[in-house]
Write a protein that binds this ligand. Structure first.
Ligand code: TXA
Ligand code: MG
Length: 313
């Protein structure tokens, strides 16, 4: 585990050097851990796809540390600028049209005309990006389609030594991947639900946000593929009580092996979700997993989205 190290100022500086020299550094964000590379380094990006087992048609999010740089990569209109001012840094990712005169980003964007940008709200991530001096592309730091990592140990369990460095900055406070919206059309389209909810966006923008109607087999956002965030064991949602062969993850006051939030707090449940799915997978007595009903409102929509993908066989 010699690549696993505390996110001290010195190690963040070393991490930035590794990124600049073409290496891969896993780092914490407020959502999940990312596996980062220099957005301008084709060889490093190719290695990300290989290490994750990710199809190369699936584009990566470019992480920035300052919204003033946004116009360097993307075409920004008034709507994009107001959203950036309100939600960046934070768990909201914007799909924008690319600036044609920045061809170095071809690989990160998988050849698409669009670029996907996010400014994480995490001290370690921001420090790493600033010190690297380049945008950092980073998918979640796990093998493709498996459960996303919310601790440095999860990253190591999934990727081992194939990341040159894993910066340990503790557990990710949000625990679900960022909300993704597409701003390239007339209407705002929600591609992935997350901590920033559809209702938050509609209230802020004063317009309707359209949930993506994408065909899940040929998705606009490949992360919409139905089987994603998959546990190894079969998973059943909306379980009122467990069967004899099920490991039961509860919500609210109920007897269960693990409780996402005994007080019924959705933010707490989101922060626990991926770690508990991993624990349920690792537990040896029960061959199956059951999860209690999660209310559909607010952040519950994002939690249920991840659960339904994990449950899909
Ligand atoms: O919270 C997050 O967003 C984390 C942290 C590390 O920042 N990152 C993350 O990346 O979840 P990833 O690669 O696991 O998920 C990014 C999703 C993928 O489903 C990808 O298909 C979609 O974003 N995406 C990226 N670029 C896109 C684009 N130009 N148009 C549509 N979807 C895009
Ligand atoms: Mg992912």
């Amino acid at each position: 585990m010699k690549n696993l190290c505390a996110a001290t100022a010195r190690n963040i500086r070393r991490g930035a050097d590794i990124i600049r020299n073409g290496g891969l550094v896993a780092f914490p964000t407020e959502t999940v851990y990312g596996l980062g590379a220099n957005a301008y380094d084709a060889a490093a990006i190719a290695r990300i796809f290989k290490v994750k087992g990710r199809p190369t048609f699936n584009p990566l999010i470019s992480h920035i540390a300052d919204i003033d740089f946004l116009p360097e990569y993307a075409q920004t209109d008034e709507r994009a600028r107001t959203l950036a001012r309100r939600f960046m840094p934070g768990p909201l990712t914007l799909v924008l049209n690319r600036r044609d005169d920045n061809p170095a980003l071809d690989l990160a964007c998988a050849g698409l005309r669009t670029i996907t940008v996010r400014m994480p709200d995490h001290r370690v991530a921001l420090d790493l990006i600033r010190r690297a001096g380049v945008p950092i592309v980073a998918p979640s730091a796990n093998i493709s389609t498996s459960v996303s990592p919310t601790t440095a140990q999860h990253v190591f369990d999934s990727l081992g030594e194939s990341a040159d460095m894993i910066l340990d900055g503790g557990a990710c406070p949000v625990g679900l991947e960022s909300t993704i919206i597409d701003l390239t059309g007339k209407q705002v389209v929600l591609l992935r639900s997350g901590f920033v909810t559809q209702a938050d966006l509609e209230a802020f923008l004063g317009e309707k946000v359209i949930p993506s109607s994408g065909n899940p087999s040929a998705p606009k956002s490949p992360g919409q593929m139905l089987r994603h965030y998959a546990t190894r064991k079969p998973l059943r949602m909306n379980a009122v009580s467990p069967a004899a062969d099920e490991f039961f993850i509860g919500f609210g006051t109920m007897p269960c092996a693990l409780n996402l939030s005994a007080s019924g707090d959705l933010a707490e449940a989101a922060a626990h979700l991926f770690a508990y799915l991993r624990q349920a997978d690792a537990q040896t007595e029960s061959p199956k997993i059951a999860v209690a009903p999660i209310p559909a409102e607010g952040l519950g929509a994002a939690i249920n989205d991840r659960l339904s993908r994990a449950a899909h066989r």
